[in-house]
Ligand binder design. Structure first.
Ligand code: PEP
Ligand code: MG
Length: 929
């Protein structure tokens, strides 16, 4: 068997690795190799990279190195020494190296780096002599002891700082830069003594010991708490990003005097995306000085420097003398750096984030990577780069993180504004919400009517609260997960919501909200960031987003590329119009029950629930009929030419009746019946497990008059509009079907109403409709071949399907799912990201079995997953016709669908062929200005 190669060399105009080897060499190692060799051939200090495989082995072997690594490192160190003409630890002219971390995905600042390695009591003298700069040599040695002591040996950073401070104050010095050679020597002596006290041994003088200590520290930093947390927050999958590489490279020094310096540069502005070179540097400094923020960095370009000076009220004279740009202070190096960044951007075809050092007037590149950027910057850069001919529109579309569009669609907190974060809950619905605290839906409505902005704070919300939620700028709940009532409704409206915020204490009686030590009263200002889950004290100012321009261009390209439609979940004409603006090609789910809560309507639905017989129910339903017909008319008008899926009544009836005695009394008075009767009815509706109780099609089966009324409303509206010349495409959807018989039962009612009305209005051949079902019960997915004999379409209700497949109550997950995520029992919250291995297999089964008996079966998804990028991509692959999501997620789904078409075109084609299905697309949507 061939021996595994662990180490890869770069330098002297060549390299063993290249940019394609990121998974093995990490981003830093791979890009250094790429920069070192032709065609880029940039000035990169020589070095070698120990592969990520070694990191994995290191942990597998219980923090030991694989056999043969030491010999390989020795061989490459030797090559490096030859290339540099110096030896590590040499007493006369020592080679110094840096030891750097680098995973396949960049984790800025999360892992460790050690500089100036190879210095000891003897080589420091050689370095001082050779450079003719003793101050520099002793400064480098004291930095090395500090970095190595802290990073590799775990000596507290503050202990080093205390020594510097002691020497500085003893000698009356303010800045580190004022320390002279003797003072630095004194610091080194004190550092070593302190090190010995702390570690019980001398500071290592042997460069080999130093080197292996540093390599171990870098591998060890892969598992430091900071790095682990970063991976968790950024969803970095450790099965894909498996560890860090270690790069050992020859040191170049930015701290050798005034013709030296170090800096960080971006080829375009990472916060706005503007195409101008942006960088900061420090003269006579090492990398950590820039990061530590001890000195004020200077701008690279003259224009940038002048802008910076203006913003900081610094006069032109002062700027020129104290903070000149690199363009002014070292014009030759500046020109070279411009040349380098242009070359790098053209090569990587993306914005580059670079680190460089200037040693004695010579430029060295230490790192390049695709730079991190804000969402607006990502969109601008992608569009600009297509226009410049640098990338294709497919690359542009592929480059934008769909979820990041959230930042562009909702008002955001002014990033410059100061904020005091009190706590964090679930980022349930993105956006920025700022208002006065109220604790009830009624108060929310009343305060809003008085012109106040409010935040509704509830232990949890119920459908009764919708009006108050609508009135509020944002919603904060103590309980509930991502698919809790508050979260689903808020997302539907694009309203900011933080849910499941378990460490807040709400006292409705006293009207107080307690977070930690802060107690707030009704009327106090609070701010919610629904994109991060942050709950902030007081009033944090916001700024509005724009949907046109570059954003519109990216969306246009996405629409040209994608192969599935994107519809919306909307329950009112208002939401339908908003969704059209976001490019929705129809409605995938209209939850009709949401129409029952407004004003008068709730009274009629309660009257229906309280009725003792069919006549009584029909009488009440008649009153609701008008409201529903009007709503459907508004929705059909907004969606002219696009399909509208309307679901018959779904939730358990107890959600419509009042539970509190005072509300029961009001209801009794309004309905002219006794309070006892109301109470008895409410009690009779109580179910041990309502989500698995009398809901969904079970309501329609037991009270067929409800389905009949809803069908009448749908088809009356549809027929009237068809007569007026609109194109209405109703799709009636029966919820919570588990057996084909249930569907058959409900379908017969809907069909009867539809045919009668179509005849009555004489719109035969003009009004086309479909009757289908939700697939949200595992049994429905399993028997999809039976169900598809009756259903003309399937819409996967993955909220309930997830609930029933996992057996997790969707409203009660906040108590254990966070712990499951922490312990890695779950990779994601399955109510947010479709569980492709489990729930997804039921979905696959459902589509395949359904289309096996009805090849033209239309298939969509309307659970919350319909707007989550990885789930949208999964639906694309399985051959779905559309996904449906809340209005504000429509652009995210459009982009994710386009990326799916780019990434998984052939898998979809194969599935469609197997399923014998030819998709019919709705007409291409456009954003309406
Ligand atoms: C679902 O279950 O996925 C669904 C869309 O229905 P609801 O969330 O209204 O139960
Ligand atoms: Mg459901």
């Amino acid at each position: 068997m061939a021996k595994t190669k662990y180490v890869y060399y770069f330098g002297d105009g060549d390299a063993e690795g290249d940019e394609t080897m990121r998974p093995l060499l990490g981003g830093k190692g791979a890009n250094l190799a790429q920069m070192a060799k032709a065609p880029l051939s940039l000035p990169v200090p020589s070095g070698f990279t120990i592969s990520i495989d070694v990191c994995q082995e290191y942990y597998k072997l219980g923090k030991k190195y694989p056999a043969g690594l030491d010999a390989e490192v020795a061989k490459y160190l030797n090559r490096l020494e030859k290339s540099m003409g110096k030896k590590l630890g040499d007493e006369k002219d020592p080679l110094l190296v840096s030891v750097r971390s680098g995973a396949a995905e960049s984790m800025p600042g999360m892992m460790d780096t050690i500089l100036n390695l190879g210095l000891n009591d003897k080589s420091v003298l050689g370095l001082a002599n050779k450079t003719n700069n003793p101050r520099f040599a002793w400064d480098a040695y004291r930095r090395f002891i500090q970095m190595f002591g802290n990073v590799a040996m775990g000596v507290d950073h503050d202990k080093f700082e205390a020594i510097i401070e002691e020497v500085k104050s003893h000698r009356g010095i303010k800045e580190d830069t004022e320390l002279k050679t003797e003072e630095l020597q004194e610091i080194v002596t004190k550092y070593k003594a302190m090190y010995k006290r702390e570690k019980g041994e001398d500071f290592p003088q042997d460069p080999q010991k130093q080197l292996w200590g540093a390599i171990g520290a870098v591998f060890g930093s892969w598992m430091n708490p900071r790095a682990i947390t970063y991976r968790k927050i950024n969803n970095i999958d450790e099965r894909v990003i498996k560890g860090t590489a270690v790069t050992v490279m020859a040191m170049v020094f930015g701290n050798m005097g005034d013709t030296s310096g170090t800096g960080v540069a971006f080829s375009r502005d990472p916060s706005t995306g503007e195409n101008h070179f942006m960088a900061e540097y420090l003269i006579n400094a090492q990398g950590e000085d820039v990061v530590a923020g001890i000195r004020t960095p200077q701008q690279i370009t003259k224009a940038g420097s002048q802008k910076w000076a203006k913003e900081n009220n610094i006069s032109e004279a002062k700027r020129k003398s104290e903070y000149p740009s690199l363009e002014e202070s070292m014009p030759e190096v500046y020109k070279q750096l411009v040349d380098v960044y242009k070359k790098l951007e053209a090569h990587y075809r993306d914005m580059q984030d670079m680190e460089f050092t200037i040693q004695g007037g010579k430029l060295w590149m230490l790192q390049t990577r695709n730079g991190k950027r804000t969402a607006p910057a990502a969109v601008k850069m992608a569009v600009d780069m297509v226009k410049e001919g640098l990338i294709t529109k497919e690359m542009a579309v592929g480059r934008i993180e769909p979820k990041s569009l959230d930042q562009l669609l909702h008002p955001i907190f002014d990033p410059k504004a100061p904020k005091k974060v009190l706590t964090k809950g679930l980022a349930a619905s993105p956006g920025a919400g700022c208002g006065r605290i109220v604790f009830s839906a009624e108060d929310a409505g009343e305060w809003k009517a008085k012109g106040e902005k409010v935040i509704l704070v509830r232990i949890e919300t119920s459908p009764e609260d919708v009006a108050g939620m609508d009135a509020a700028e944002g919603i904060l709940t103590q309980r509930g997960g991502m698919t809790s009532h508050a979260a689903v409704v808020a997302r539907g409206w694009g309203k900011c919501c933080v849910s499941g915020c378990s460490d807040i204490e709400i006292d409705y009686k006293k009207a107080t909200l307690k977070i930690g030590n802060t107690v707030m009263k009704q009327g106090d200002w609070i701010s919610l960031n629904g994109s991060t889950g942050e709950v902030m004290f007081g009033k944090v100012p916001t700024v509005e987003p724009s949907l046109a321009g570059d954003f519109g261009q990216i969306m246009k390209w996405a629409d040209e590329i994608r192969q599935i439609d994107v519809r919306t979940n909307a329950d009112s004409p208002k939401d339908a119009k908003v969704a059209r603006k976001f490019g929705a090609q129809g409605i995938g789910l209209c939850r009709t029950e949401h129409m029952f809560f407004d004003g008068e309507r709730i009274k009629h639905i309660r009257e229906m629930i309280l009725a003792d017989d069919v006549e009584g129910r029909e009488k009440a339903l008649k009153k609701l009929l008008k409201f529903q017909t009007d709503d459907f008319t508004g929705i059909f008008e907004a969606m002219n030419g696009y399909p509208v899926t309307i679901r018959t009544l779904d939730p358990p009836l107890h959600e419509f009746v009042p539970n509190e005695p005072e509300n029961q009394a009001i209801m009794a008075k309004e309905m002219k019946i006794s309070v006892e009767k109301v109470k008895a009815k409410v009690d009779s509706l109580h179910e041990a497990n309502p989500m698995l109780g009398h809901r969904g099609c079970r309501l329609g089966v037991t009270y067929p008059e409800i389905t009949r009324m809803q069908a009448t409303a749908i088809f009356t509206a549809a027929c009237e509009l068809t007569k007026k010349g609109l194109v209405v495409l109703p799709e009636v959807m029966i919820p919570l079907v588990g057996t084909v018989q249930e569907l058959r039962n409900q379908k017969a009612i809907v069909k009867d109403v539809a045919e009668t009305l179509i005849k009555k209005y004489k719109v035969e051949g003009k009004l086309h409709y479909k009757i289908g079902t939700m697939i949200e019960i595992p049994r429905a997915a399993i028997t999809a071949n039976q169900i598809a004999t009756e259903a003309e379409f399937f819409s996967f209700g993955t909220n309930d399907l997830t609930q029933m497949t996992f057996g997790y109550s969707r409203d009660d997950i906040a108590s254990f799912v966070p712990e499951y995520l922490n312990k890695k029992i779950l990779k994601n919250d399955p109510f947010q990201v479709l569980d492709q291995e489990g729930v997804g297999q039921l979905v696959r089964w459902g589509v395949e079995r359904g289309r096996s008996v009805r090849p033209d079966l239309k298939v969509g998804i309307c659970g919350e997953h319909g707007g989550e990028p990885s789930s949208v991509k999964f639906c694309h692959r399985l051959g779905f016709d559309y996904v449906s999501c809340s209005p504000f997620r429509v652009p995210i789904a459009r982009l994710a669908a386009a990326q799916a078409a780019i990434e998984h075109g052939s898998e979809r084609a194969e599935n469609l062929k197997l399923q014998n299905h030819t998709p019919i697309r709705a007409k291409a949507s456009e954003i309406e200005e």
